[in-house]
Write a protein that binds this ligand. Sequence first.
Ligand code: GTQ
Length: 346
Amino acid sequence: MTQNSQTPDRQAYYDRIAAQNMAPLWEVLSGLVPREPKTAVVPTVWHYDDIRGAIIESGSLITAKEAVRRVLVLENPGLPGQSRITNTLYAGLQLILPGEVAPAHRHTQSALRFIVEGSGAYTAVEGEKTTMHPGDFVITPPWTWHDHGNDSDAPMVWLDGLDVPLIAFLETGFAEDLEEESQPLTRPEGDALARYGTGLLPVDYKPVSKTSPIFNYPYERTRAALETMRRDDEWDECHGLKLRYVNPATGDYAMPTMATFMQLLPKGFQTAPYRSTDATVYSVVEGSGRTRVGDVELPWGPRDTFVVPAWRHHHHEADGDAVLFSFSDRPVQEKLGLWRQDRGNH
Ligand code: GTQ
Protein backbone atom coordinates (compact mmCIF):
# COMPACT_ATOMS: atom_id res chain seq x y z
CA MET A 1 0.00 0.00 0.00
CA THR A 2 2.79 2.40 0.91
CA GLN A 3 4.49 3.54 -2.24
CA ASN A 4 7.93 3.52 -0.66
CA SER A 5 8.67 7.11 -1.48
CA GLN A 6 9.74 8.11 2.04
CA THR A 7 12.86 10.22 2.47
CA PRO A 8 14.00 11.61 5.83
CA ASP A 9 12.61 15.04 4.84
CA ARG A 10 9.29 13.62 3.88
CA GLN A 11 9.06 11.45 6.99
CA ALA A 12 9.76 14.43 9.24
CA TYR A 13 7.05 16.34 7.39
CA TYR A 14 4.59 13.44 7.78
CA ASP A 15 5.32 13.37 11.51
CA ARG A 16 4.66 17.11 11.79
CA ILE A 17 1.38 17.07 9.91
CA ALA A 18 0.22 13.96 11.82
CA ALA A 19 0.08 16.20 14.89
CA GLN A 20 -2.40 18.32 12.94
CA ASN A 21 -4.52 15.24 12.09
CA MET A 22 -3.40 15.16 8.49
CA ALA A 23 -1.69 12.56 6.33
CA PRO A 24 -0.28 12.46 2.77
CA LEU A 25 -2.66 10.87 0.30
CA TRP A 26 0.12 9.93 -2.11
CA GLU A 27 1.47 7.34 0.34
CA VAL A 28 -1.86 5.45 0.43
CA LEU A 29 -3.61 6.34 -2.82
CA SER A 30 -3.30 2.99 -4.59
CA GLY A 31 -4.72 1.20 -1.53
CA LEU A 32 -7.61 3.64 -1.20
CA VAL A 33 -8.52 3.49 -4.88
CA PRO A 34 -7.58 -0.05 -5.93
CA ARG A 35 -7.57 -1.14 -9.56
CA GLU A 36 -9.82 -4.01 -8.55
CA PRO A 37 -11.30 -5.30 -5.28
CA LYS A 38 -8.71 -6.63 -2.85
CA THR A 39 -10.27 -8.78 -0.18
CA ALA A 40 -9.02 -10.21 3.10
CA VAL A 41 -11.80 -12.83 2.93
CA VAL A 42 -10.44 -16.36 2.52
CA PRO A 43 -12.36 -19.13 0.71
CA THR A 44 -13.40 -21.45 3.53
CA VAL A 45 -15.64 -24.45 4.12
CA TRP A 46 -17.17 -25.60 7.43
CA HIS A 47 -17.97 -29.32 7.20
CA TYR A 48 -21.09 -29.98 9.24
CA ASP A 49 -19.98 -33.47 10.27
CA ASP A 50 -16.76 -31.98 11.73
CA ILE A 51 -18.40 -29.15 13.69
CA ARG A 52 -21.70 -30.74 14.74
CA GLY A 53 -20.11 -32.15 17.91
CA ALA A 54 -19.06 -28.67 19.08
CA ILE A 55 -22.46 -27.23 18.24
CA ILE A 56 -24.28 -29.90 20.28
CA GLU A 57 -21.73 -29.52 23.12
CA SER A 58 -22.65 -25.83 23.45
CA GLY A 59 -26.09 -27.07 24.54
CA SER A 60 -24.63 -28.50 27.75
CA LEU A 61 -22.53 -25.40 28.53
CA ILE A 62 -25.20 -22.70 28.39
CA THR A 63 -28.96 -22.52 27.95
CA ALA A 64 -30.58 -20.71 25.03
CA LYS A 65 -32.15 -18.36 27.57
CA GLU A 66 -28.87 -17.40 29.24
CA ALA A 67 -27.05 -17.09 25.91
CA VAL A 68 -30.01 -15.16 24.41
CA ARG A 69 -28.87 -16.65 21.09
CA ARG A 70 -26.76 -19.81 21.40
CA VAL A 71 -24.77 -19.53 18.21
CA LEU A 72 -21.34 -20.54 17.03
CA VAL A 73 -20.22 -17.70 14.80
CA LEU A 74 -18.60 -18.76 11.52
CA GLU A 75 -15.57 -16.51 11.44
CA ASN A 76 -13.70 -16.02 8.24
CA PRO A 77 -10.05 -16.92 8.98
CA GLY A 78 -9.02 -13.79 7.04
CA LEU A 79 -11.01 -11.64 9.49
CA PRO A 80 -10.29 -13.27 12.87
CA GLY A 81 -12.12 -12.00 15.94
CA GLN A 82 -14.47 -9.82 13.92
CA SER A 83 -17.59 -12.03 13.80
CA ARG A 84 -17.64 -11.75 10.04
CA ILE A 85 -17.84 -14.39 7.32
CA THR A 86 -17.40 -11.72 4.62
CA ASN A 87 -16.64 -8.02 4.85
CA THR A 88 -20.31 -7.10 5.19
CA LEU A 89 -22.00 -10.29 6.41
CA TYR A 90 -22.26 -12.31 9.59
CA ALA A 91 -23.07 -16.04 9.69
CA GLY A 92 -23.50 -18.46 12.57
CA LEU A 93 -25.04 -21.83 13.42
CA GLN A 94 -27.74 -21.55 16.07
CA LEU A 95 -28.73 -24.49 18.30
CA ILE A 96 -32.07 -24.78 20.02
CA LEU A 97 -32.84 -27.82 22.14
CA PRO A 98 -36.28 -29.35 22.81
CA GLY A 99 -38.25 -27.18 25.22
CA GLU A 100 -35.98 -24.17 24.96
CA VAL A 101 -36.92 -20.60 24.05
CA ALA A 102 -34.57 -17.95 22.63
CA PRO A 103 -36.20 -14.82 24.09
CA ALA A 104 -37.96 -12.14 22.05
CA HIS A 105 -36.00 -9.11 20.90
CA ARG A 106 -35.77 -6.83 17.90
CA HIS A 107 -32.94 -5.04 16.12
CA THR A 108 -32.25 -3.02 13.00
CA GLN A 109 -30.14 -5.80 11.50
CA SER A 110 -31.92 -8.02 8.98
CA ALA A 111 -31.68 -11.75 9.71
CA LEU A 112 -32.23 -14.85 7.64
CA ARG A 113 -32.43 -18.42 8.89
CA PHE A 114 -31.64 -21.36 6.70
CA ILE A 115 -32.63 -24.64 8.33
CA VAL A 116 -29.84 -27.20 8.48
CA GLU A 117 -30.85 -29.93 10.97
CA GLY A 118 -34.05 -30.94 12.74
CA SER A 119 -37.67 -30.19 12.15
CA GLY A 120 -40.45 -28.62 14.10
CA ALA A 121 -38.85 -25.73 15.94
CA TYR A 122 -40.48 -22.37 15.31
CA THR A 123 -39.67 -18.72 14.85
CA ALA A 124 -42.30 -16.14 15.72
CA VAL A 125 -42.10 -12.82 13.87
CA GLU A 126 -44.41 -9.88 14.60
CA GLY A 127 -47.25 -12.00 15.95
CA GLU A 128 -47.03 -15.04 13.67
CA LYS A 129 -45.30 -18.34 14.23
CA THR A 130 -43.74 -20.48 11.52
CA THR A 131 -42.61 -24.06 11.96
CA MET A 132 -39.28 -24.70 10.29
CA HIS A 133 -38.02 -27.65 8.25
CA PRO A 134 -34.67 -28.35 6.57
CA GLY A 135 -34.10 -26.14 3.52
CA ASP A 136 -36.68 -23.53 4.55
CA PHE A 137 -35.59 -19.91 4.15
CA VAL A 138 -37.00 -17.79 6.98
CA ILE A 139 -36.75 -14.00 7.33
CA THR A 140 -36.66 -11.68 10.31
CA PRO A 141 -37.08 -8.15 8.88
CA PRO A 142 -35.39 -5.18 10.60
CA TRP A 143 -37.02 -3.98 13.83
CA THR A 144 -39.50 -6.87 14.08
CA TRP A 145 -39.97 -8.80 17.33
CA HIS A 146 -38.72 -12.36 17.05
CA ASP A 147 -38.30 -15.32 19.35
CA HIS A 148 -37.41 -18.91 18.62
CA GLY A 149 -38.59 -22.09 20.34
CA ASN A 150 -38.34 -25.82 19.94
CA ASP A 151 -41.48 -27.88 20.62
CA SER A 152 -40.04 -30.93 18.84
CA ASP A 153 -38.15 -33.74 20.54
CA ALA A 154 -34.81 -33.25 18.77
CA PRO A 155 -32.16 -30.52 18.59
CA MET A 156 -32.56 -28.03 15.80
CA VAL A 157 -29.75 -26.16 14.05
CA TRP A 158 -30.00 -23.41 11.51
CA LEU A 159 -27.66 -21.06 9.69
CA ASP A 160 -28.16 -17.44 10.72
CA GLY A 161 -27.19 -14.83 8.13
CA LEU A 162 -27.23 -11.20 9.23
CA ASP A 163 -26.02 -7.88 7.84
CA VAL A 164 -24.33 -7.13 11.20
CA PRO A 165 -20.98 -5.81 9.83
CA LEU A 166 -22.76 -3.61 7.27
CA ILE A 167 -25.03 -2.10 9.92
CA ALA A 168 -22.04 -1.58 12.22
CA PHE A 169 -20.17 0.22 9.42
CA LEU A 170 -23.16 2.50 8.89
CA GLU A 171 -23.52 2.99 12.67
CA THR A 172 -27.25 2.30 12.48
CA GLY A 173 -27.55 -0.53 15.01
CA PHE A 174 -30.40 -0.36 17.54
CA ALA A 175 -31.85 -3.22 19.60
CA GLU A 176 -34.30 -3.86 22.41
CA ASP A 177 -35.63 -6.79 24.43
CA LEU A 178 -39.28 -7.62 24.92
CA GLU A 179 -40.30 -7.99 28.58
CA GLU A 180 -41.93 -11.36 28.00
CA GLU A 181 -39.87 -14.30 26.80
CA SER A 182 -42.28 -15.07 23.94
CA GLN A 183 -44.29 -12.50 22.03
CA PRO A 184 -48.09 -12.70 21.85
CA LEU A 185 -49.38 -14.38 18.69
CA THR A 186 -51.95 -12.37 16.76
CA ARG A 187 -52.27 -14.31 13.49
CA PRO A 188 -52.66 -18.03 12.74
CA GLU A 189 -49.69 -19.95 11.44
CA GLY A 190 -49.51 -19.84 7.63
CA ASP A 191 -51.29 -16.48 7.37
CA ALA A 192 -48.44 -14.64 5.60
CA LEU A 193 -47.84 -17.42 3.09
CA ALA A 194 -51.55 -17.62 2.24
CA ARG A 195 -51.89 -13.85 1.94
CA TYR A 196 -48.73 -13.06 -0.03
CA GLY A 197 -47.18 -16.32 -1.18
CA THR A 198 -49.62 -17.91 -3.60
CA GLY A 199 -49.25 -15.57 -6.59
CA LEU A 200 -52.05 -13.36 -5.20
CA LEU A 201 -52.06 -10.26 -3.00
CA PRO A 202 -54.85 -8.63 -0.97
CA VAL A 203 -56.50 -6.24 -3.43
CA ASP A 204 -55.44 -2.97 -1.83
CA TYR A 205 -52.11 -4.21 -0.51
CA LYS A 206 -49.32 -1.64 -0.43
CA PRO A 207 -45.87 -2.69 0.78
CA VAL A 208 -45.30 -1.43 4.32
CA SER A 209 -41.62 -2.29 4.51
CA LYS A 210 -38.67 -3.03 2.24
CA THR A 211 -38.71 -6.70 3.25
CA SER A 212 -40.92 -9.40 1.77
CA PRO A 213 -44.20 -9.94 3.64
CA ILE A 214 -43.56 -13.70 3.28
CA PHE A 215 -41.29 -14.81 6.10
CA ASN A 216 -41.01 -18.52 5.42
CA TYR A 217 -40.24 -19.77 1.90
CA PRO A 218 -40.69 -23.53 2.42
CA TYR A 219 -38.12 -25.82 0.83
CA GLU A 220 -40.83 -28.13 -0.43
CA ARG A 221 -42.06 -25.46 -2.85
CA THR A 222 -38.61 -24.27 -3.88
CA ARG A 223 -37.43 -27.80 -4.57
CA ALA A 224 -40.57 -28.60 -6.58
CA ALA A 225 -40.02 -25.49 -8.74
CA LEU A 226 -36.45 -26.52 -9.50
CA GLU A 227 -37.53 -30.06 -10.29
CA THR A 228 -40.22 -28.91 -12.71
CA MET A 229 -37.99 -26.34 -14.41
CA ARG A 230 -35.15 -28.80 -14.97
CA ARG A 231 -37.27 -30.58 -17.54
CA ASP A 232 -36.53 -27.73 -19.94
CA ASP A 233 -32.90 -28.75 -19.73
CA GLU A 234 -31.74 -25.15 -20.10
CA TRP A 235 -28.72 -25.01 -17.88
CA ASP A 236 -26.92 -21.72 -17.43
CA GLU A 237 -23.23 -22.42 -17.98
CA CYS A 238 -22.21 -20.43 -14.88
CA HIS A 239 -25.10 -21.25 -12.53
CA GLY A 240 -26.86 -24.43 -13.61
CA LEU A 241 -30.45 -23.62 -12.71
CA LYS A 242 -30.48 -20.69 -10.27
CA LEU A 243 -33.47 -18.87 -8.80
CA ARG A 244 -33.58 -15.79 -6.60
CA TYR A 245 -36.04 -15.35 -3.75
CA VAL A 246 -38.28 -12.33 -4.35
CA ASN A 247 -40.55 -9.99 -2.49
CA PRO A 248 -43.85 -10.71 -4.31
CA ALA A 249 -45.10 -7.18 -3.70
CA THR A 250 -42.18 -5.46 -5.44
CA GLY A 251 -40.27 -8.04 -7.49
CA ASP A 252 -37.14 -6.96 -5.64
CA TYR A 253 -35.01 -9.28 -3.51
CA ALA A 254 -36.78 -10.69 -0.48
CA MET A 255 -34.62 -8.61 1.87
CA PRO A 256 -33.23 -5.09 1.37
CA THR A 257 -29.62 -5.85 2.26
CA MET A 258 -29.23 -9.54 1.46
CA ALA A 259 -29.98 -11.44 -1.74
CA THR A 260 -30.88 -15.12 -1.39
CA PHE A 261 -30.73 -17.80 -4.04
CA MET A 262 -31.36 -21.51 -4.56
CA GLN A 263 -29.68 -23.39 -7.37
CA LEU A 264 -29.69 -26.88 -8.81
CA LEU A 265 -26.60 -28.40 -10.38
CA PRO A 266 -27.36 -31.69 -12.10
CA LYS A 267 -25.21 -34.79 -11.62
CA GLY A 268 -21.78 -34.34 -13.20
CA PHE A 269 -22.31 -30.63 -14.03
CA GLN A 270 -19.30 -28.35 -13.95
CA THR A 271 -20.04 -24.62 -14.06
CA ALA A 272 -17.99 -22.21 -16.19
CA PRO A 273 -15.60 -19.80 -14.42
CA TYR A 274 -17.47 -16.90 -12.86
CA ARG A 275 -16.88 -14.01 -10.49
CA SER A 276 -18.94 -11.20 -9.07
CA THR A 277 -18.31 -8.38 -6.63
CA ASP A 278 -20.61 -9.85 -3.96
CA ALA A 279 -18.84 -12.33 -1.69
CA THR A 280 -21.25 -15.24 -1.28
CA VAL A 281 -22.08 -17.65 1.53
CA TYR A 282 -23.40 -21.09 0.51
CA SER A 283 -25.27 -23.73 2.47
CA VAL A 284 -25.44 -27.15 0.84
CA VAL A 285 -28.89 -28.73 0.96
CA GLU A 286 -28.42 -31.83 -1.19
CA GLY A 287 -25.59 -33.55 -2.97
CA SER A 288 -21.86 -33.30 -2.85
CA GLY A 289 -19.16 -31.81 -5.00
CA ARG A 290 -16.57 -29.08 -4.80
CA THR A 291 -16.04 -25.43 -5.55
CA ARG A 292 -12.68 -24.25 -6.83
CA VAL A 293 -11.67 -20.69 -6.02
CA GLY A 294 -8.37 -20.06 -7.79
CA ASP A 295 -6.05 -22.76 -6.43
CA VAL A 296 -8.20 -23.49 -3.40
CA GLU A 297 -10.54 -26.46 -3.48
CA LEU A 298 -13.58 -26.45 -1.19
CA PRO A 299 -15.12 -29.95 -1.08
CA TRP A 300 -18.70 -29.95 0.16
CA GLY A 301 -21.57 -32.21 1.10
CA PRO A 302 -25.01 -31.85 2.69
CA ARG A 303 -25.26 -29.25 5.52
CA ASP A 304 -21.81 -27.78 4.87
CA THR A 305 -21.34 -24.01 4.73
CA PHE A 306 -18.75 -22.37 2.49
CA VAL A 307 -17.83 -18.87 1.41
CA VAL A 308 -16.53 -17.51 -1.91
CA PRO A 309 -14.80 -14.10 -1.62
CA ALA A 310 -15.63 -11.10 -3.80
CA TRP A 311 -14.28 -10.94 -7.34
CA ARG A 312 -12.50 -14.30 -7.25
CA HIS A 313 -12.91 -16.63 -10.19
CA HIS A 314 -14.58 -19.84 -9.13
CA HIS A 315 -16.55 -22.77 -10.46
CA HIS A 316 -18.66 -25.55 -8.98
CA GLU A 317 -18.57 -29.28 -9.71
CA ALA A 318 -21.48 -31.52 -8.67
CA ASP A 319 -20.93 -35.26 -8.22
CA GLY A 320 -24.65 -36.07 -7.98
CA ASP A 321 -27.62 -33.71 -8.27
CA ALA A 322 -26.76 -30.84 -5.91
CA VAL A 323 -28.89 -28.09 -4.41
CA LEU A 324 -27.17 -24.99 -3.02
CA PHE A 325 -28.68 -22.13 -1.05
CA SER A 326 -26.66 -18.91 -1.04
CA PHE A 327 -26.77 -15.31 0.14
CA SER A 328 -24.80 -12.10 -0.40
CA ASP A 329 -25.03 -8.31 -0.12
CA ARG A 330 -25.88 -7.95 -3.84
CA PRO A 331 -29.02 -5.75 -3.32
CA VAL A 332 -26.89 -3.08 -1.65
CA GLN A 333 -24.29 -3.16 -4.41
CA GLU A 334 -26.95 -3.04 -7.14
CA LYS A 335 -28.77 -0.12 -5.60
CA LEU A 336 -25.53 1.82 -5.47
CA GLY A 337 -24.74 0.95 -9.09
CA LEU A 338 -21.64 -0.97 -8.04
CA TRP A 339 -22.36 -4.63 -8.68
CA ARG A 340 -20.27 -6.29 -11.38
CA GLN A 341 -20.03 -9.80 -12.69
CA ASP A 342 -17.66 -11.50 -15.03
CA ARG A 343 -18.92 -14.55 -16.86
CA GLY A 344 -15.94 -16.45 -18.19
CA ASN A 345 -12.24 -16.35 -17.61
CA HIS A 346 -11.27 -13.15 -19.40
O1 GTQ B 1 -31.69 -14.90 16.19
O2 GTQ B 1 -31.96 -12.82 16.63
O3 GTQ B 1 -26.93 -15.40 15.05
O4 GTQ B 1 -29.91 -11.33 17.03
C1 GTQ B 1 -27.05 -13.21 15.86
C2 GTQ B 1 -27.81 -12.17 16.37
C3 GTQ B 1 -29.00 -14.57 15.71
C4 GTQ B 1 -31.25 -13.77 16.35
C5 GTQ B 1 -27.66 -14.38 15.54
C6 GTQ B 1 -29.18 -12.33 16.53
C7 GTQ B 1 -29.77 -13.54 16.19
